[in-house]
Design a protein. Structure first.
Length: 94
C-alpha cells in the first residue's frame, strides 16, 4: 500500500469506535504517545507526499474512502481533508 502508515493510523485510531476514545485531537495525541518518534515522522512524511500527489479534495476523498476509517473530519473537525491532514501533521510534529 502506498500510504501504509497513514492508512493504518486512520483505520486503527479512527475506526468505528473512535468516538469512545475521545475527541479527534486527543486520539491523535494518543497515537503520538503510542509510537516511536521515527514512526510518527514517517507518518508525517506520508501526509506530505499524499498532499503533494492529491491536488484537490476529490483526489483526497478517493484516498480517504480507501482507508476504511469511520471518521469524516469534514463533518465535525475541519472544512476539508487537506486542512485536517495538515492539522494531524502539526500535532504529530509538536
Amino acid at each position: 500500500m502506498k500510504y501504509e502508515k497513514l492508512s493504518q493510523f486512520l483505520a486503527g485510531y479512527f475506526n468505528q469506535d473512535f468516538a469512545l476514545d475521545g475527541e479527534p485531537d486527543e486520539i491523535i495525541k494518543s497515537f503520538v504517545e503510542d509510537v516511536d518518534r521515527a514512526y510518527a515522522l514517517a507518518l508525517a512524511g506520508e501526509i506530505d507526499r499524499l498532499l503533494e500527489e492529491c491536488i484537490d479534495e476529490a483526489s483526497l476523498r478517493t484516498f480517504w474512502n480507501s482507508t476504511h476509517t469511520a471518521f469524516d473530519p469534514t463533518l465535525v473537525a475541519s472544512p476539508n481533508l487537506r486542512t485536517w491532514l495538515l492539522h494531524v501533521k502539526s500535532l504529530i510534529l509538536a
